[in-house]
Design a protein around this ligand. Structure first.
Ligand code: ATP
Ligand code: MG
Length: 195
């Protein structure tokens, strides 16, 4: 388990587009009604986000450089919308449940951020295409130390219409992820408001 600081002072970092509070509230309310299967563990309300770049374990110097880059990042607010939940991965036993968040503006944010991080020698782009989404639940694993997800008998129904209306992502945040048995906690390290 990685605590406040992991091995050798490394921290597990990622950059995310934060969702507006009202959207987080609506997703949490939907989750309380729909994420009822005991194998599902809903994401914390305050943890709902769209990952823009996963950075992994970084030392203090890199973390400081990434934080400075995020604070200096300038971009317009990104409109996005949510789609009905999909279990992930799509093949095999699902380990998570996500709401796809298709959005060219969010893809632009991802690209702009990745370009700057790459230029600063702080990021190696992922080979797979960027797929913006909000993870809303994890599937518990079968017993202690097991990695295989439990079987989910009752997947949630579709989103209410109101949650499919477009909205704006208004803030980009660098988070430290603290992995814990009851679910990761994310600690904000640097933030920038989008214009
Ligand atoms: P847990 O792994 O304990 O279920 P978590 O996935 O919420 O918790 P992290 O694994 O630290 O916490 O991930 C933080 C964010 O980065 C999440 O949005 C996650 O989906 C994303 N992420 C994690 N690993 C990768 C990866 N290898 N590539 C892309 N995104 C990743
Ligand atoms: Mg994870």
């Amino acid at each position: 388990m990685e605590g406040r600081e992991g091995k050798g002072g490394r921290q597990r970092l990622f950059v995310a587009l934060d969702l507006p509070d009202a959207i987080r509230d609506d997703i949490a309310a939907w989750g309380e009604a729909e994420l009822i299967d005991p194998a599902l563990r809903a994401a914390r309300r305050e943890s709902l986000h769209v990952t823009l770049a996963f950075l992994g374990g970084r030392g203090p110097d890199e973390a400081a450089a990434i934080a400075a880059l995020v604070r200096g990042f300038e971009a317009p607010g990104a409109p996005l919308r949510l789609e009905d939940p999909v279990p992930l991965p799509r093949r095999g036993r699902p380990s998570a449940l996500a709401l796809p968040a298709p959005s060219p503006a969010t893809a632009d944010l991802h690209r702009g951020l990745a370009e700057r991080l790459v230029a600063a020698g702080l990021y190696e782009p992922e080979k797979r295409d960027f797929w913006p989404h909000v993870t809303v639940a994890r599937v518990r694993t079968e017993g202690r130390g097991a990695r295989r997800p439990e079987a989910v008998a009752r997947w949630p129904g579709d989103l209410p219409k109101a949650l499919k209306e477009p909205f704006y992502g208004v803030r980009v945040t660098l988070y430290r992820s603290e992995l814990q048995p009851g679910g990761a906690r994310y600690v904000p390290l640097a933030q920038v408001e989008l214009s």
